[in-house]
Write a protein that binds this ligand. Structure first.
Ligand SMILES: *[C@@H]1O[C@H](CO)[C@@H](O)[C@H](O)[C@H]1NC(C)=O
Ligand SMILES: *[C@@H]1O[C@H](CO)[C@@H](O)[C@H](O)[C@H]1NC(C)=O
Ligand SMILES: *[C@@H]1O[C@H](CO)[C@@H](O)[C@H](O)[C@H]1NC(C)=O
Ligand SMILES: *[C@@H]1O[C@H](CO)[C@@H](O)[C@H](O)[C@H]1NC(C)=O
Ligand SMILES: *[C@@H]1O[C@H](CO)[C@@H](O)[C@H](O)[C@H]1NC(C)=O
Ligand SMILES: [Zn+2]
Length: 425
């Protein structure tokens, strides 16, 4: 039943977007609702299709009642409200929320010494894609004997998928791998900032904190803050709520494939869409996005060499720590109990600084079914000991457009959790 409903929603929601003079989508006056349609999900979905509503996220979980977050344009608000679905308002004006996120800031001034870290004010604002590349290269030059820039293939539009590899006293490539990547979904901007914050913390205190030195001496870190550069750039220049990559395909005018429904393992099950216009479009064939090929090849290469200890695919929003599996609500990884207890302890550690509550558990049973997701591939094919997805702040008030003043607190709480995790594997 639940799966059937999911497939229905995955049909594309019609969208004729308004653009400003510079060709950027205008979200002023859009109201965001959390709708709990009860048994009336098919009716709810067909109504949404007749409006220009934007599908933000849904929670099919067993913890909360099944709900959907949707942004309804001003011209359809009265029609939507007349439908009388049980709902709460998450935001009165999505355009105002996007404005609160702040302008993209200039790259912070930095001491002109190769050893100097990027200025910490990097974590007080959002930045342009090109500046993220500068940040990564500045981090690398500040830690030059224990790191190198890496690429994991190219995007559809030909950009390098850029990352950094960090290692400790054992030398490059000698220890089990930890792989972190952000922004596979373009609009989830907090994910790259947090991945960068973790990187910064590892590098900044390697030489004067024995705990941190221990992390890098025990593991090789492969960190890719933005693995969907084309989509990320498009979310900055054109449509703040863009999710997928920017791949075009013959036979459809729809653009974009969901790179995190494209992994070639349990690819065509429940929890993705076959419709090219859908936000969860899985692609025409398993693994047929260049971005998936790039990040997948990195993990495949490490599988039979050092092995993968931890893989985290960073997302927002919802505050979840998601363990395997997405493809099935009953399948369990061989170390499932250990995964669940560690994920719950991670949630406890994350809550320490500010009391932010994360929910931990298997993807399908906790949130929703996914097909072709990273967790399942890295667990079953790459034999990662822990193959997780983490959904960062918040629980819906600001959603994907988290205000810039929450970047730092989000980084701080996640670093608190990661320090616990790396010390207690
Ligand atoms: C939503 O608004 C659009 C644009 O004004 C209109 O064409 C469409 O009929 C509306 N849909 C509903 C269900 O009100
Ligand atoms: C919604 O509720 C209002 C007031 O209770 C009622 O007049 C209206 O007919 C309802 N609309 C639908 C579509 O059920
Ligand atoms: C490094 O460690 C010190 C002491 O624990 C801490 O105050 C600081 O925030 C850490 N990070 C950086 C980037 O210096
Ligand atoms: C840690 O070491 C770096 C240089 O490697 C230095 O800049 C920083 O101030 C030190 N932090 C602490 C807390 O000692
Ligand atoms: C790892 O090695 C095994 C045994 O040779 C092979 O079957 C498997 O395909 C390899 N895995 C990857 C991801 O390359
Ligand atoms: Zn996501």
């Amino acid at each position: 039943m639940k799966f059937l409903q999911y497939v229905l929603l995955a049909a594309p929601l019609a969208a004729t977007l308004r653009l400003d003079r510079r060709g950027k989508v205008v979200y002023d006056g859009y109201k965001v609702f959390r709708v709990t349609p009860g048994d009336d999900i098919p009716a709810f979905e067909s109504h949404l299709e007749s409006m220009e509503a934007i599908d933000l996220t849904h929670n099919h979980g067993h913890i909360d009642e099944e709900h959907f977050d949707v942004a309804v344009p001003p011209e359809n608000l009265s029609a939507f409200e007349a439908l009388n679905f049980t709902s709460t308002v998450l935001s009165e004006d999505l355009g105002a929320d996007i404005a609160l996120e702040g302008d993209l800031a200039e790259y912070p001034a930095r001491e002109l010494s190769a050893a100097a870290l990027p200025d910490f004010s990097w974590f007080s604002a959002y930045h342009a894609y090109a500046d993220h590349l500068t940040f990564l290269s500045d981090i690398q030059s500040s830690f030059s004997s224990n790191s190198e820039l890496i690429t994991a293939g190219k995007s559809f539009e030909g950009r390098d998928i850029q990352g950094i590899h960090l290692w400790g006293s054992g030398g490059k490539g000698s220890k089990p791998a930890i792989i972190w990547h952000g922004n596979v979904h373009a609009r989830e901007w907090i994910s790259s900032k947090v991945v960068e914050y973790l990187t910064y913390q590892l590098v900044a205190n390697y030489s004067n904190d024995t705990t941190i030195k221990g992390f890098l001496d025990n593991y090789d870190f492969y960190i890719l803050p933005i693995v969907n550069p084309d989509g990320f750039l498009y979310s900055q220049t054109t449509n703040r709520l863009w999710r997928k990559n920017r791949q075009t395909r013959s036979g459809t005018s729809a653009v974009g494939t969901d790179v995190n429904r494209n992994w070639p393992w349990k690819w065509d099950g429940e929890g993705s869409s076959t419709s090219p216009g859908s936000g969860e479009y899985r692609g025409a064939a398993a693994g047929d996005t260049p971005e998936n090929t790039g990040i997948r090849t990195l993990g495949d290469q490490l599988t039979n060499t050092t092995g993968i200890k931890l893989y985290v695919d960073w997302h927002s929003y919802g505050q979840y720590i998601l363990t395997p599996y997405g493809y099935s609500c009953t399948a369990a990884a061989s170390n499932q109990d250990k995964q669940n207890s560690l994920a719950k302890s991670l949630a406890t550690a994350i809550a320490k600084p500010y009391g932010t509550r994360f929910t931990a558990g298997p993807t399908c049973a906790t949130l929703y079914a996914t097909a072709g997701g990273s967790n399942d591939y890295v667990t079953d094919i790459n034999k990662a000991e822990y193959g997780w997805a983490i959904e960062l702040r918040d629980t819906g008030r600001n959603g994907f457009t988290l205000p810039a003043d929450q970047i730092l607190p989000t980084g701080i709480e996640i670093w608190e959790g990661i320090k616990y995790l790396l010390a207690n594997f």
